[in-house]
Design a protein around this ligand. Sequence first.
Ligand code: 5AD
Ligand code: SF4
Length: 447
Amino acid sequence: MSETPPLKRLYIKTYGCQMNVYDSERMADVLAPLGYGMTDAPEEADLVVLNTCHIREKATEKVYSELGYIKQMKQARAEAGATMTIAVAGCVAQAEGQEIMRRQPAVDLVVGPQAYHQLPELIARTHRARGERLAADFAADEKFDALPTARRPTGVTAFLTVQEGCDKFCTFCVVPYTRGGEWSRPADSILAEARGLAEQGVREITLLGQNVNAYDGAEGGLAGLVRALALIEGLDRIRYTTSHPRDMDEALIAAHAQVEALMPYLHLPVQSGSDKILKAMNRQHTAESYLRQIEKVRAARPDIAISGDFIVGFPGERESDFEATLSLIRQVGYASAFTFKYSRRPGTPASAMPGQIDEAVKDERLARLNALLEDQQKAFNAQQVGKVLPVLVERLGRHDGQLSGRSPYLQAVHMDGPAHLVGQIVPVRIEASARMSLSGQIQLETA
Ligand code: 5AD
Ligand code: SF4
């Protein structure tokens, strides 16, 4: 037998938010030293990880049904003399715990979101129990300290978790229960990771946190962190998400006016435009206070793209409350949005509230909400036609000779150009717009 164990294959299925996308990347990173390389084919995988999300209704049932399929793949591999380890990670793992293994015995491991750094150790134990050899053993301790410092970014953009958890307790939301309290990662370790990413060609980072603007791990909070990151050579673009209106402080607004690398895009969920509903949601802001903040942000950075999250059909939402949401949307003018029908999350205060709304009413409101927001998104995109925007070229496009990138406003931009431009910021004259993307021509030399 050779001294180096063969490469093992890892398949990760990611559900839900960007936080999970980030966590999945990190799981792949921490498992690489054990000899795991990624595959897109679950049936070929030695290790399958379902990185789950609990935010949407029926998420748990979807995970169990997916596990049913994966179990069959595990059996097929066993018949062929191979093994498969199945791990469930993320928020469903947190919420369900060992119940998952009781309901689906094919599952080998359950790892909550706070503990994914333990994955290598848990995997190593599973291998040892089977008498298999591994490329390396891995001792994990503190979540971030234990992660390898050298990450292999997969492109010119990367996510960076700087904050986790939530102390806000919106009455509809499970995050404060599944992710725990607000916690900020120390600035030194963020800056070290960001420098490493920049050295490997990353030009844009998105700082992630459930309440990212509550970040307090650096002097000056998130604004201080952004200013420090902006000094890193090669790091030309900084974004952050998701923010809470309560934590949108003057310093961060000022950074939007002063820090060139901070992109003109703000995802600031409002959820509803009705003060009665906002109160029942425990959002700790009013429609008016939200609008005032948007005004201040626009005063600092007039061209900023505003994005939001909206929930329709929260318990007690009347037609007039919903109309207040539409009215707020008309006043703001959103560049993009995520819309949700309220879904009852067991254990949250709102799930026990009277006045639950009929599904048909939710559907009808969602359709009206989406129609308005889609119009706004199209209008925002159409405004860019005729302008020359700096576009970060992220990858080759779908067709030969095509490139695809992002505008400062996070719009996807398609253009023709040579492959060597990937990773560069190029001026693009925007010629056409659709709801989801822009297209244009690269301006060579001086336009
Ligand atoms: N029902 C509907 N939408 C929800 N969200 C969170 N919890 C629920 C729920 N129970 C939405 C909110 C939040 C986004 C991430 O998900 O709009 O901002
Ligand atoms: Fe959930 Fe509200 Fe916290 Fe956002 S701020 S994670 S919606 S509790």
